[in-house]
Design a protein around this ligand. Structure first.
Ligand code: C2O
Ligand code: CU
Length: 492
């Protein structure tokens, strides 16, 4: 009897495997690259070896280490890297996979790894004291969690972040959606960043003192996948999917493809509700965009240059500056005109009942403590001085973020996605899951966040990392279940 069942099971497994490979072949056949061979060779990110044979587990070794990196032919610098490359290796997995990262610290300074945008348990969030102790030089730590959401995420330290991210510690984590319906085979992950170098060495992370902190220090080399003026060779008019992350510690990127349109299909937490088209798109530090483009030669030449234009993020951010070249697109092959016309991409649930939400008001502030010293804060208090928002698991809150300073702040919440609300208090269209949102100077933005589960002390902060280190950080304490008799004071 048992052997009969076993034989039946074997048959079933064989049949299923055949079915599966037929399906996989069908998708592979419909997803043929139309690009010239080696089209993205200059943009390739370092890879990482998955040493676990289980198809649903990605297990990798990651090490923070100082290494020589080449920014452009002939220009090298000793940067802080993950696995010797800048950016760190692209970690790739699919939604639902378990990710195990054996991390070791070969730097002379303590560090941690924070998984930006991922809904991980608090113990895996990389924040010293609240998640784990610092990983001391020579020590190791194993991160181990399930990837609940598809999208482009990224990893970076959460110890002296402005310095460590500025020195080169960041990498992309792409979680594929097995049911993804975009159907564009030619995809590039673009990690935008900058680095401040002085000859062949890194510039001090506290240049400009307190004033440098107030503005947010930007590097003097703008990088795409670790290269200055990176390039690709594209066939004119072929659709490409660009998965873009801004990993710079302070710099905003306003992307301009010489006026050619970007179709935005997703943001921080994967696909958005429907596609939108725009000639300029902006990524504040920490944000991601999922874009569809069909580059073709510019009118006045054979090449097309992706540039970052001037973007006003506050006092002193556009004066005496010019657009920066990011990526040079050269063309090869006969032009095609591909069309991509998907509108509806993802459905979102019913919007939260506003009567059942709790309101939290947070003001992003700047104070002068003496003639040359400034501190950012939340509600006038620098980090550590006690602003803690309280929330219960299952609770939905509306946070009103008022920026009363003269500089914009990309506000990032750890561990939970949120939706941005419009002036009527409705989710902005198209609906999208965000974990980082720009709060422009002297402006108010409202977000709606549901604390789905995972109790703990979670951080929120400005992702201009100089601002975060300068005091613009706070905590939200998410406690297990609602206590019917208990009193819950939401006033921070
Ligand atoms: Cu990418 Cu606490 O941040
Ligand atoms: Cu800020």
């Amino acid at each position: 009897m048992i052997s009969l069942i076993r034989a039946l099971l074997v048959h079933l497994v064989v049949a299923l495997t055949c079915l599966l490979s037929a399906i996989m072949f069908a998708t592979a056949a419909s997803a043929q690259s139309l690009q010239p061979a080696g089209w993205d060779a200059d943009l390739r990110l370092a890879t990482i070896v998955d040493r676990n044979p289980d198809p649903n587990v990605v297990e990798v070794d990651l090490e923070s280490v100082v290494a020589d990196v080449e920014l452009s032919p002939g220009e090298s610098v000793k940067a802080w890297t993950y696995n010797g490359s800048l950016p760190g290796p692209l970690i790739r997995a699919k939604r639902g996979d378990r990710l195990i990262v054996h991390f070791s610290n070969r730097l002379s300074s303590p560090t941690t790894v924070h998984w930006h945008g991922l809904r991980v348990p608090i113990q895996m969030d990389g924040v010293p004291e609240h998640s784990q102790p610092d990983v001391a030089p020579g020590e190791s730590f194993t991160y181990d969690f399930v990837l609940k959401d598809a999208g482009l995420f990224w990893y970076h330290p959460h110890v002296l972040s402005a310095a460590q991210v500025g020195f080169g510690l960041y990498g992309a984590l792409l979680v594929d959606d097995p049911d993804d319906s975009i159907g564009i085979p030619d995809e590039a992950v673009l990690v935008l960043s900058d680095i401040a170098i002085d000859g062949t060495t890194l510039e001090s992370p506290d240049s400009g003192g307190s004033i440098g902190m107030v503005f947010g220090r930007e590097g003097n080399r703008v990088l795409v996948n670790g290269r200055t003026r990176a390039s690709m060779t594209a066939r004119p008019g072929v659709l490409q999917r660009w998965r873009v992350v801004n990993a710079a510690k302070s710099r905003y990127f306003q992307l301009d493809l010489d006026g050619q349109p970007f179709t935005v299909v997703g943001t921080d937490g994967g696909l958005q509700e429907f596609a939108t088209t725009s000639n300029l798109v902006v990524l504040a530090p920490g944000e991601r965009l999922d874009l569809v483009v069909a580059p073709h030669p510019a009118e006045d030449g054979a090449e097309l240059v992706l540039r970052s234009g001037l973007f006003n993020r506050g006092y002193g951010s556009v004066e005496y500056r010019s657009p920066e070249d990011l990526l040079v697109i050269r063309f090869s092959g006969s032009p095609v005109s591909e069309r991509w016309q998907r509108t509806s991409l993802r459905s979102f649930g019913a919007t939260a009942d506003r009567a059942a939400t709790t309101n939290v008001a947070l003001e992003l502030t700047l104070a002068q403590t003496d003639e040359r010293t400034f501190t950012y804060g939340i509600n006038g208090k620098p980090f550590g001085a006690g602003v803690v928002v309280r929330a219960r698991v299952g609770e939905t809150q509306v946070w009103t973020l008022t920026n009363s300073t003269k500089w914009s702040h990309p506000f990032h919440l750890h561990g939970f996605f949120f939706e941005v609300l419009d002036s009527l208090g409705k989710p902005v269209q198209p609906r999208a899951w965000k974990d980082t949102i720009d709060v422009p100077f002297e402006t108010t933005v409202q977000i709606l966040v549901r604390f789905d589960d995972r109790p703990g002390m979670w951080m929120y902060h400005c992702h201009i990392l100089d601002h975060a280190d300068g005091g613009l950080m706070g905590m939200v304490e998410v406690t297990p279940a609602a206590n019917p008799s208990g009193h819950n004071d939401h006033t921070p």
